[in-house]
Design a binder for this molecule. Structure first.
Ligand code: HSE
Length: 428
């Protein structure tokens, strides 16, 4: 029997406690599956005297995660503290410099420093694994890195923030507005300490940037992700979109085309009856497309103690089995600088506008769209009691540049109140 694999766990919040629980519950199972005992040697957290609902007996304690990362009796440093910089990054760098493997759930750290950390790990012969950083319990990093290794990946797409999906689907189901459901999500403890990470699309953008790097062999480039949160989505948007057969999702899309690498995490419309359209509550879904496999859809819990700890243990088990995969699926030195796509691939768009109810108003809208080269696919005007009429337009495929031109045209007329709401429709 090989030597036990010794873990040092830094961070005993929800995920860290989940990992301890799995280790206590499934030690035998893990040993049978990996052919090796896996043990926790030492742990570290901000507060020692706190009832976490799980026994820490038998584990050494370190106040300082960097000291934990240095310990000679730790083979794998499990970083579950979070934060893109600060103690998490310092401890991971220390572990790598000491030649230790790292398992982390820290999407922010890898989205910002992934290339540097991957290069450092490879120089030391260490690995960094991060299944828990993307889409919680869904084994999407493994699917992309290993399961689809024989494919040229053509598109990665998905709902990767459960909190946003919860708020959007509850708006649809209850008819309540964004603010009320933001508060509900807060009361349920769904929001990150900085809620803008969730509703501003940043958390999901970090995840998309990590998947894009694996998918396209490019250096992780979170700063190139086009980001927009869900804060401006109104109940009107949700109900009108539903009326036209769509759902609104905070949707991540990454694709590498002749124009360059396109990475977007923005509110989009998807067909209501598609798998993404049917995704309710805090669940995540990732769609992966490759030239041979065509399309696979992965669905599951994107957060929470059990699911995220399950993903951490998948990485730990791989290391115990001797499976050593480069951080982003290929040697860090071979990752390309991502040429940034200047504009998104053309798509149909949904426009919602308030139109002055007077003769020729609709004709003016159609003319301006026509002059911008935007063709109308479907249109609906609603009955109304006041001077303006709600109008919805679904366009044929067009570009954001053409829509910008149309918006500039709308501003020069007096027939539309404000700018139209414009949302991209993503095909599945
Ligand atoms: N806050 C995230 C979500 C989970 O709501 O999906 C952690 O990334």
């Amino acid at each position: 029997m090989p030597q036990p694999l010794r873990l040092g766990i830094a961070g005993l919040g929800t995920v860290g406690v989940g990992v301890v629980r799995i280790m206590r519950k499934h030690a035998k199972l893990l040993q049978q599956r990996t052919g090796r005992d896996i043990v926790i040697t030492a742990v570290s957290a901000r507060t020692r005297d706190k009832d976490r609902g799980v026994s820490l007996s038998g584990y050494e304690w370190e106040d300082d995660p960097v000291a934990l990362a240095r310990r000679g009796d730790v083979d794998v440093f499990v970083e579950l503290m979070g934060g893109s910089d600060g103690p998490a990054k310092a401890a991971v760098e220390t572990a790598i410099a000491a030649g230790k493997d790292v398992v982390t759930a820290n999407k922010a750290m890898l989205a910002l420093h992934g290339q540097h950390l991957a290069e450092a790990a490879e120089a030391e012969g260490a690995v960094i694994r991060f299944e828990a950083a993307v889409a919680g319990g869904i084994p999407v990093v493994k699917a992309l890195t290993e399961g689809l290794a024989g494919n040229e990946i053509t598109r990665v797409m998905g709902v990767m923030n459960g909190t946003c999906n919860y708020i959007l689907t509850r708006m649809q189901a209850t008819g309540q507005g964004y603010n009320a459901l933001f508060e509900e999500a807060d009361k349920l403890g769904y929001l990150e300490a900085d809620p803008n990470l969730d509703v501003g699309g940043i958390d999901a953008g970090h995840k998309l940037a990590l998947l894009a790097s694996i998918a396209f062999g490019t250096k992780v480039s979170f700063d190139k992700v086009v980001l927009e949160g869900i804060q401006r989505i109104s109940l009107d948007d949700i109900t009108r979109a539903a009326d036209m057969g769509f759902r609104i999702k905070l949707l991540g899309v990454a694709q590498l085309t002749a124009r360059g690498l396109e990475q977007r995490m923005t509110p989009c419309l998807v067909p209501a009856l598609s798998p993404l359209g049917q995704l309710e509550g805090g669940t995540n879904m990732v769609v992966l497309e490759g030239d041979s496999v065509e399309q696979i859809v992965l669905r599951g819990p994107g957060a929470g103690e059990g699911p995220t700890a399950s993903a951490v243990m998948s990485d730990v088990a791989d290391i115990a089995r001797g499976i050593r995969v480069s951080t982003f699926g290929q040697p860090a030195a071979s990752l390309k600088d991502a040429p940034v796509s200047g504009s998104a691939v053309p798509a149909p768009y949904y426009l919602r506008m308030e139109l002055q109810d007077k003769p020729g108003a609709l004709a003016k809208v159609a003319t301006i769209l026509g002059e911008a080269g935007v063709s109308i696919d479907r249109m609906r005007q609603y009955g109304h009691a006041d001077a303006t009429a709600p109008v919805l337009i679904v366009t044929h495929k067009t570009t954001s540049a053409a829509l910008d031109q149309a918006t500039a045209g709308f501003r020069k007329t007096d027939v539309i109140v404000g700018d139209p709401v414009s949302l991209r429709i993503e095909a599945l």
